[in-house]
Design a protein around this ligand. Structure first.
Ligand code: AMP
Ligand code: ZN
Length: 114
């Protein structure tokens, strides 16, 4: 997707602070952090969002969560706790139409999120 922000980050065309990487996924710091730890984990392949991952591609979720766990360990929140968030669509609060999971931690998270 040539006009997709996160595809451009994956391609190195837009700079990002990369935290971790696997064959299939990339993790980088969110530009507007909502917590002391706020990292985005994205598949290198373009999917617009959770609803766009079809059955044969569902391994993408395993890959994202696996890298998110590595990020949590590297950022020191594995044991203190952290939150993983997929925002889906408008009312879900999704603003960038490239699948991603937020890794949030380093402070007490509240519930419900609002
Ligand atoms: P969402 O609202 O779930 O679609 O999350 C998109 C996230 O991308 C937001 O938390 C933004 O702060 C973040 N974001 C937008 N542009 C960039 C960028 N160039 N580099 C890193 N994070 C970004
Ligand atoms: Zn994309």
């Amino acid at each position: 997707m040539s006009d997709c922000l996160f595809c451009k980050i994956v391609a190195g065309e837009i700079p990002a602070k990369v935290v971790a990487e696997s064959d299939t996924s990339l993790a980088f710091y969110d530009i507007a952090p909502e917590a002391p730890v706020h990292v985005l984990v994205v598949p290198k392949r373009h999917f617009a969002g959770v609803n766009d991952v079809i059955a044969t591609d569902r391994g993408v979720f395993d890959e994202l969560i696996a890298l998110a766990r590595e990020v949590a360990t590297a950022e020191g929140v594995r044991d203190s706790g952290y939150r993983l968030i997929f925002n889906v669509g408008d009312e879900g609060g999704q603003t960038v139409p490239h699948l991603h999971v937020h890794v949030l931690g380093g402070r007490q998270m509240r519930w419900p999120p609002g």
